[in-house]
Design a protein around this ligand. Structure first.
Ligand SMILES: Nc1nc2c(ncn2[C@@H]2O[C@H](COP(=O)(O)OP(=O)(O)OP(=O)(O)O)[C@@H](O)[C@H]2O)c(=O)[nH]1
Ligand SMILES: [Mg+2]
Length: 231
């Protein structure tokens, strides 16, 4: 897929402040510093589109970007950042939880995991939360340029062993590096496939008159139990 335009749309403090639900959204989530904003820039092909920093907890709002005028990438605040005012943290975490559970046009979540680390409890718990809330997601192991390919595979195997009990079929797994652009075509391919599926569905209109994307999200939402947040 070619990205011909990548435009910053808005920064939203909560779900109500997000733009209308007319375009499909693909969101990045993961621990602070895992490389969400960097991956967004790498996929968009535009350095500096989302702001990157070595300081954990840098992205504090729901940042929304429109690609090719037809779909959006969403940079979410990370979890697991211990500094800062507690009040602020819970507000942002609540906003992220709300977004993931209720956003009608959320198509797919890229759940990012650092490929250089053995399974971290917080990531394992977060994946469990995604599974129990029926949030559609794929796993993306980041920063593959920092470790050997063998180590990446060891860490992926250890992580999937931890989460396998919650899935009949494991979520799709990808690897990437924002530095070398490894994984870019594969991840854009995932978005391309989802967009093609949506276009096919949108050709048919439901009896309720809802666009196909909202119908699908409503079905998913009905199945989601209201679990407490792990982070
Ligand atoms: N070597 C390497 N460094 C990376 C990669 N991706 C991100 N980084 C670095 O990791 C740090 C954090 O990157 P961000 O993209 O800001 O991470 P984030 O997940 O958005 O972090 P928060 O917004 O704080 O949650 C920065 O110093 C990046 O330059 C990568 O693929 N390889
Ligand atoms: Mg960020």
């Amino acid at each position: 897929m070619n990205i011909s335009s990548a435009i910053f749309d808005c920064s939203a403090p909560d779900l109500d402040s997000c733009p209308d639900e007319s375009l499909p959204e693909f969101a990045f989530i993961g621990r602070s510093n895992v490389g969400k904003s960097s991956l967004l820039n790498m996929l968009a092909g535009k350095d500096g589109l989302a702001r990157v920093s070595p300081t954990p907890g840098f992205t504090k709002l729901i940042n929304i970007f429109t690609m090719n005028k037809t779909w959006r990438l969403v940079d979410l605040p990370g979890y697991g950042f211990a500094e800062g005012a507690k009040k602020d943290r819970s507000r942002f975490n609540h906003a992220v939880s709300h977004y993931l559970k209720q956003r009608m046009n959320l198509c797919l979540v890229f759940a990012l995991i650092d490929s250089g680390l053995e399974p971290q409890e917080m990531d394992v718990e977060f994946v469990e939360w995604l599974a129990h809330n029926a949030v559609p997601f794929v796993l993306v192991f980041t920063k593959t340029d920092k470790v050997t390919p063998a180590m990446v595979q060891v860490n992926i195997a250890a992580f999937t062993a931890r989460i396998s009990a919650w899935f009949e079929q494991l979520p799709a797994i990808f690897t990437c590096s924002a530095t070398t652009e490894q994984g870019r075509q594969e991840l854009l391919g995932v978005i391309d496939e989802a967009m093609t599926a949506i276009r096919v569905e949108q050709a048919s209109v439901s009896s309720e008159g809802l666009p196909a994307i909202s119908r699908k999200a409503q079905e998913i939402r009905k199945r989601r139990p209201d679990l407490s947040r792990p982070w």
